[in-house]
Design a protein around this ligand. Sequence first.
Ligand SMILES: Cc1cc2nc3c(=O)[nH]c(=O)nc-3n(C[C@H](O)[C@H](O)[C@H](O)COP(=O)(O)OP(=O)(O)OC[C@H]3O[C@@H](n4cnc5c(N)ncnc54)[C@H](O)[C@@H]3O)c2cc1C
Length: 442
Amino acid sequence: MALTSEQAHVVERVARLTRERIAPRAAAYDQAGQNPVESWRDLWREGYLAAAIPPAWGGLGLDMPTYVGVIRTIAQGCANTAMTLHMHSTVMRFIDALGTDAQKRRYFDEVVRSGRLFGSWGSEPAVSLSRTFLMETAIRRADGDGWIIDGVKHFCTMALGASYYLVWCALDGEADMGKALLLALVPAEAPGIATDGKWNTLGMRATYSPSVTFTRARVGGDATLGRPGSAIQVGVVESFGLGYAAIYVGVAEAALAFAVDYARTRVVKPDNVAVAQDPTVQRHIGELDVELHAARLVLEAGAARWEGADMLERGLLANRAKYLATEAGLHVTSKVIQVVGGRGAYKDYLAERAFRDVRTATLMPPTIDRMLEAIGKSALGLQEGRRAAGRTGRARGGGPWRRTVARGERPREARRRGSAAGSRARAGARPACPRTGSVPGP
Ligand SMILES: Cc1cc2nc3c(=O)[nH]c(=O)nc-3n(C[C@H](O)[C@H](O)[C@H](O)COP(=O)(O)OP(=O)(O)OC[C@H]3O[C@@H](n4cnc5c(N)ncnc54)[C@H](O)[C@@H]3O)c2cc1C
């Protein structure tokens, strides 16, 4: 699983960049809750904004082991820079998998030449993205050329920071979500987009992810990617989870390194010995080292297997890696504060930020329970679980795929209705249908 010297060089280059330029800014971005714009600029100059763009289009075209190494390394210095780069890179994968040559030329060129960023917005007020890809944001043909989008998105990472947003929509008038899901690339300056800009959170503060409303937002006729329903059939959505795992492992590694350094250099009275001499501390550090090492191995094994894996297996690889990275990350970042002691709670110390950033790991889809459920179903050879873990294909007869926005209905009306009849219908239909939430999402 060792990287080749060429792959290792790509990771070493970003390690230096992270050490010298990205990490020193991380605390300020976190405190301000603002996108790491200067760090994005640095990544662009070094080619990393094009990490997932194929070389034929001017990108680095990193394979998954190298990509995961890059994201993990950046996360050691700044979790927010790693998370936003990963969101952006996953959009690049969608464009590569679903876009026409004209779309690739246009969007990849904007990244390579101008350093443009792309966000991915799927979350909505009334839907659990952790369970389904049900979307209430509606997209419909405009008079003449183009599309009209109406809806509300929550957790819009890089709102105001990115140049384009990959908005997860449902084709208006299509009742089956398996055929309705449509991704639209919306330029930041498109008319009809508004945000109150509110974003003040526990961790991952510099992802800057406020809510955004689309009111008859108009985009061009070439703004959609692929045919309706195709977005979850190309083996890309699964890569969200693998990247999240890389981020949590990276942040936890930095926290553990901080604790080790602290334990070795802080001398305590009356014996005038380093904290590292305490057998309890040694045991704590040993335990965390093993857990983190295991999480990293599973992450790297998943990345190594990625290219040859079908969607079903990719879902499983991502779930395993994200589950272990989340568990290890939560434990490491919590216990590191204990090892450091009272000063572990200082805002000035990396341990405090790492703890807050990794705490959000359980919120990113799929949740711990959903991952375990999917892994368990796969191990048990249950067909529905296997389908849910990988293919996310068409559920028959309603259930999670059933769209709640009726033909011609505006999203707000649908949400009002959704809390009563709509959610009753969904809840009633779900047990008979495969769950889809085990697939990592935006
Ligand atoms: C820092 C950060 C950045 C993010 N960035 C993005 C981004 O860029 N793009 C994006 O799209 N999203 C983003 N998200 C959102 C993330 O994807 C969501 O947290 C995720 O979708 C989970 O949704 P939720 O928070 O609504 O929780 P849910 O999954 O809805 O869960 C909330 C609660 O409801 C319960 N629940 C769910 N469904 C049901 C049901 N049917 N019946 C009963 N109970 C139920 C769950 O068990 C849970 O207790 C981000 C989140 C964070 C924290």
